[in-house]
Design a protein. Structure first.
Length: 284
């Protein structure tokens, strides 16, 4: 399923082609939640694209689709080379609202199509028949190239698959060494759905994990790189949010890190569980 990198590159040799992709989606992207200052957000997006990132993740709820669009416009990279994903917020999931607010997202992002549009959460105005009818329509007319869901449990995906004609491309869920999502990953494998890891650095908590620090020290890299390399080794796409060029680059350089079997096993055996994103409307 994954088209692997031919050989691991030293960080100075990394190019967009160094990023493995799965069904056309680059397995490392840039997250933008809470990158709220418009100038900074546009600058982070431009910096990432010019460094070689080709996958950008935003959402209606982040209030920064305009700024993300500006960053894309400012970068010396063609739109057609970028995998751009946004998400429809939980108050906009009625049939008409999905269609209307997706158009607004397109206008803000300065594009006429999305590579991936997610249902952000199966919550509040989410009604599988009405919501997903609108997603199917956007898919059929080519406005969205793939349909994604986010924060869905297997039972929600089973239900969504009954309503959708188009395939579910990805489920975006919190995934990192302290929330390994083994059950969801197995379910996704079985149904040919990609897992996209949000909060892949556990919102900064990976820096406090002794196991990750020890592995990081062994390889002379950061804990962030270890977490991202672990996700990649498990066929999981990651979208770390980073604002500064230094963080954006550190995460990019995770592409040069290959963890060995012992490292992978040590991380698989982490028995601490920590969920960082747990709003009242979560379905679990
Ligand atoms: P995250 O990516 O796990 O962590 C982001 C934090 O780590 C920020 O404070 C960032 O700081 C810092 N950081 C990034 N790279 C670093 C590095 N190399 N060294 C040190 N610190 C570093 O958390 P997240 O933002 O929650 O998740 C990533 C993305 O997933 C979001 O931005 C969003 O696009 C998506 N997401 C989706 C959902 C959903 O419901 N679907 C929920 C949460 C997140 P700086 O900003 O200062 O660089």
């Amino acid at each position: 399923m994954i088209e692997p990198v031919a050989q691991l590159m030293s960080s100075s040799e990394l190019t967009p082609e160094s990023v493995p992709s799965t069904k056309g989606m680059p397995m490392l992207g840039l997250g933008t939640w809470e990158n709220e200052d418009p100038d900074q957000c546009a600058e982070s997006v431009r910096t990432a694209l010019e460094m070689g990132y080709r996958h950008i993740d935003t959402a209606q709820a982040y209030g920064n689709e305009d700024a993300v669009g500006e960053g894309i416009a400012a970068a010396d990279v063609d739109r057609s080379d970028i995998f751009l994903a946004t998400k429809v917020w939980i108050s906009n999931l009625d049939y008409e609202d999905v269609l209307e607010t997706t158009q607004e997202s397109l206008d803000k992002l300065g594009t006429d199509y999305l590579d991936l549009l997610y249902v952000h959460w199966p919550s509040r105005t989410y009604e599988p028949d009405a919501t997903l009818e609108a997603f199917d329509e956007l898919y059929d007319e080519g406005t969205i190239r793939n349909i994604g869901v986010s924060n869905f449990e297997p039972r929600h995906i089973d239900e969504a698959r009954e309503h959708l004609d188009a395939p579910i491309f990805a489920n975006q869920v919190e995934t990192h060494p302290m929330l390994q999502q083994t059950e969801l990953r197995d379910y996704a494998d079985e149904h040919d759905i990609e897992i996209v890891a949000y909060s892949p650095l556990a919102r900064g908590d990976v820096f406090e994990m002794d196991v990750l620090s020890e592995i990081a020290e062994k390889h002379g890299v950061s804990e962030a790189q270890v977490s991202l390399a672990w996700l990649r080794a498990n066929d999981v796409t990651a979208i770390p949010k980073a604002t500064s060029e230094a963080h954006i680059r550190d995460n990019w350089e995770s592409l040069s890190l290959e963890l060995d079997d012992e490292d992978l096993e040590r991380i698989a055996n982490v028995d601490r569980t920590r969920r960082k994103v747990d709003p009242g409307f979560a379905p679990w």
